[in-house]
Ligand binder design. Sequence first.
Ligand SMILES: C[S@@+](CC[C@H](N)C(=O)[O-])C[C@H]1O[C@@H](n2cnc3c(N)ncnc32)[C@H](O)[C@@H]1O
Length: 363
Amino acid sequence: MGSAEEPDNGDHFSRHIRIITYILMDAEKHDIHFGFHAYNMSLMVLPLVLLYQEHAAILRAEKPLHDLKRLQEEKRNSSMSTNSDSGYFLDAESAPEMARLIQQDMAMTRKMGGPLAEQADPSSFLEILDVGCGSGGWVLDVAFANPDAEVAGIDISKTLIEYANARARSQGLQNASFEVMDVTTPLSFSDHSFDLVNGRLLVGSLPRTVWPQLIQECFRITRSGGVLRMTELDMSGVTTSAAFNYLDSLLLKANWLVGHGFSPDGRTTCMTPMLPTLLRNAGYQHIQHRAHAIDVSSGTDTHMDFYRNYEIFFKQTLPFLASVGVATQEEVEQTYQQMLIDMFSDEFKGMWYLLTAWGTKPE
Ligand SMILES: C[S@@+](CC[C@H](N)C(=O)[O-])C[C@H]1O[C@@H](n2cnc3c(N)ncnc32)[C@H](O)[C@@H]1O
């Protein structure tokens, strides 16, 4: 990721470009599901698109960080707390992590075919909750696609929740809302509140001991006939970069040592084999699953998303890896540098594998 230094605040040109980028990022996203609207929007902003393309590298790397960094500093200066006790080994309040979550959400939802691609009738879900919603992208996508639904997101990070609420307002989505909540404690929703409860990529956040109680809480707040839908991964990816694979093996081991995932040996998170059982044990029935394989090799449209994601992700994990003792600081730093070189190469090949499992609460 490029430098996160603040641009000149008096630079109107730069500010306008940032606003345009926000619009284009949304247009780009909506283009996936709502090509007609995005087409109209593109026509209106065509001259700006050309400008955007010229500055794309700088904007994509630095724009989210500038605004998010300011937001983060404002929060730190206020009386709000951070999520340091959440068990999430990354700091979700930090600007780079927020920017990473935003990009990761967009790329994953897109490559999974949309927010609810495998569900037979997404319009039948009228009350929906996303647990550990991050920057709110999934909630906003569902709320946009289904105006009759009320879609809520909860996350422990106050900064992320504030950001997600701001996105809902700026997109004019009255049916999307976000609230700070710790999913490791009883959820402040009544029994039978939701037709659909969703969760994605929570393995790094939740110790293995917490999973059964969270799924049980989800069961409590799901209506009879309603659905719980969870998406997880077993490793960061399978790639041709030895450095990437090694760094990921260190992370899997370190995470396992501090109590995350269900692996017997720390070689994977072992989340995807466990999801059906976790759902079944809580009382869900008719458990089904859908695997997702996302090609992130050089030359694919997801390559740079993957590169940026793990550039930020692993950078943040290096101190954690060293502190758990799975490798020295020097070793992880060197491996990280090699990983960046490998991932940027034209020869780089990789796949991102995820599994969505879902089950129905009996009538
Ligand atoms: C890897 S992110 C996934 C975000 C989102 N689900 C997605 O797929 O884009 C994990 C999220 O879980 C949140 N989180 C961590 N611990 C939590 C807790 N105890 N309660 C609620 N949210 C938590 C983090 O703040 C972060 O936003």
